[in-house]
Ligand binder design. Structure first.
Ligand SMILES: Cc1cc2nc3c(=O)[nH]c(=O)nc-3n(C[C@H](O)[C@H](O)[C@H](O)COP(=O)(O)OP(=O)(O)OC[C@H]3O[C@@H](n4cnc5c(N)ncnc54)[C@H](O)[C@@H]3O)c2cc1C
Ligand SMILES: NC(=O)c1ccc[n+]([C@@H]2O[C@H](COP(=O)([O-])OP(=O)(O)OC[C@H]3O[C@@H](n4cnc5c(N)ncnc54)[C@H](OP(=O)(O)O)[C@@H]3O)[C@@H](O)[C@H]2O)c1
Ligand SMILES: C/C(=C\Cc1cc(O)c2ccccc2c1O)CCC[C@H](C)CCC[C@H](C)CCCC(C)C
Length: 397
């Protein structure tokens, strides 16, 4: 008697969830074993977040960095459900969606990613601009358009958090605004890019200096208003006028995940074993920013797209193995390096024994990201556009 096909429910269509779904659909399932794969995401499109900065400088367009799931999942057999996950009943093995729909699962993949914490400083929720989603980028674009149209000689921008997002955004926006931009980068710790390789940090420092971007290190934001920010540097408190505050202070684990009764670390990330299964729940897998993962060698896996991208292959493989009575594989993280955009024509790249910066790194970064795009179809569309665009632009002059 043929069994009902297993139902695999994947929550979150980012680097962890989407790439797991795509890998699952490509595995050699027996025809009578092919599972039902459901991908749930609150948005209608995937976001290739490493290229989100390029939307604000006009270097790239939305369709290139945020293709619709419907397009990416064509001919894969994966069922996409656009909805917000409201709760998960792990005893009944049900996922509850905000629109009232319930989805039963045999295997569950948690890949709901992080959010930007705005409730840590008075005024941030109302006046600061996070930079994580496509909606964030559109809001920021609109604010920049308004400020650019106002006659003000200088546009004063404070970027809070001198990690990767803050530094990359500062350089990109400085190149966009040119002499009209007045930037300050505010950082709690005593250095920028605390976790980055020295080569990348030094290249970033040079890029910030070249653009006259002021650094407020060891500085805490006390409060924010519509047109001012109050900073505390070693108990010296100053209130300064600003036109725009951008909030790139890091990632907090998705609230839906934080509410689940799983073993979690202090940041609310779910503890997993090296096969990426949730401790005590072998039918549930967790990856990406929400997972606290030590790999097969015991190394702590960082909360990055690079990690989620690699975990996706193992998550898909291990779900297939668990459904076809094969051994599961422990995840082996490979730190391939790190790439950062440092302005409109500059980047830095460390990896595979290379240390590159300048325009060559900029091209290598673009090519590496093209190579990491989710489907061959999308890689070809974007790659062709990158080749054709300079020709089209020159013909339209
Ligand atoms: C601007 C920016 C640039 C970055 N650049 C890099 C980089 O260069 N290299 C790098 O390694 N990392 C980079 N990162 C970090 C990287 O984006 C994350 O580490 C990575 O996306 C984590 O993958 P994930 O699958 O865990 O989560 P995500 O990719 O964030 O995906 C989570 C998905 O879940 C969906 N979702 C969330 N909540 C719900 C809900 N309640 N219901 C339904 N759907 C929901 C979201 O819409 C999203 O699609 C960058 C991050 C930002 C913000
Ligand atoms: N090019 C890339 O590879 C790239 C690009 C973007 C993002 N990412 C990844 O995506 C994740 C998120 O990146 P991110 O740049 O958003 O975060 P991040 O790398 O964690 O950097 C956030 C920075 O803001 C500081 N900070 C926190 N709260 C602050 C406050 N209230 N005031 C001032 N500074 C504050 C943090 O200091 P403390 O560390 O002391 O808290 C940290 O230096 C990271 O894991 C990163 O690896 C990678
Ligand atoms: C440092 C490199 C990879 C690590 C890495 C970093 C990220 O930010 C990611 C974000 C999202 C997903 C994955 C990653 C990620 O793996 C890359 C090193 C690049 C090489 C040094 C050379 C670059 C040239 C290209 C590989 C050429 C590709 C040509 C292709 C046919 C288009």
């Amino acid at each position: 008697m043929s069994q009902q096909p297993a139902r695999i429910c994947i929550l979150g269509g980012g680097f962890g969830g989407l790439y797991t779904a795509l890998r699952l659909s490509q595995l050699p399932w027996e025809s009578n074993q092919k599972p039902e794969i459901i991908l749930v995401d609150q948005n209608d499109r995937f976001l290739f977040s490493p290229l989100l900065y390029e939307l604000l400088t006009g270097e790239l367009q939305t369709w290139e960095i945020a293709p619709p799931f419907a397009e990416l999942l064509q001919n894969t057999g994966i069922r996409f459900c656009q909805a917000a996950v409201s709760d998960i009943d792990i005893d009944k093995m049900h996922v509850h969606l905000q629109d009232g729909v319930d989805i039963e699962y045999d295997r569950l993949v948690l890949a709901l990613g992080g959010e930007t914490p705005l409730d840590m400083v008075p005024g941030a929720t109302s006046h600061a601009y996070p930079f994580r989603t496509i909606t964030d980028a559109y809001r920021l674009e609109e604010r920049l358009r308004i400020l650019t149209e106002l006659a003000a000689e200088k546009i004063r921008i404070a970027i809070i958090g001198a990690g990767y997002s803050g530094v990359e955004l500062a350089c990109k926006l400085s190149d966009r605004l040119g002499d009209r931009g007045r930037f300050r980068l505010v950082e709690l710790s005593d250095q920028i890019l605390r976790t980055s390789p020295d080569f990348n940090r030094e290249a970033a420092q040079k890029a910030l200096e070249k653009r006259g971007i002021f650094l407020d290190l060891e500085t805490k934001v006390e409060s924010i208003t519509q047109d001012s920010i109050t900073l505390d540097y070693k108990n010296q408190v100053d209130t300064i006028p600003v036109d725009l505050v951008i909030w790139t202070v890091g990632t907090r684990v998705n609230p839906v995940v934080r509410s689940l009764p799983f073993k979690q670390n202090q940041r609310g990330q779910i503890s997993t074993i090296p096969t990426l299964q949730v401790i005590d729940y072998p039918h549930i897998f967790a990856l990406g920013d929400i997972a606290d993962c030590q790999d097969a060698e015991g190394q702590q896996v960082p909360a990055t797209a690079q990690s989620a991208f690699q975990q996706a292959d193992y998550t898909a493989w291990n779900i297939w193995a668990s459904l076809t009575n094969r051994p599961l594989l422990p995840f082996r993280y490979q730190q391939l390096g790190e790439m950062m955009a440092l302005g409109i024509d500059n980047a830095t790249l460390t990896g595979l024994g290379m240390k590159l910066d300048g325009n060559f790194a900029y091209i290598a970064r673009r090519l590496a990201y093209l190579y990491r795009m989710p489907t061959l179809d999308h890689q070809l569309k974007v790659g062709f556009n990158w080749l054709a665009r300079p020709i089209i632009d020159s013909l339209s002059k």
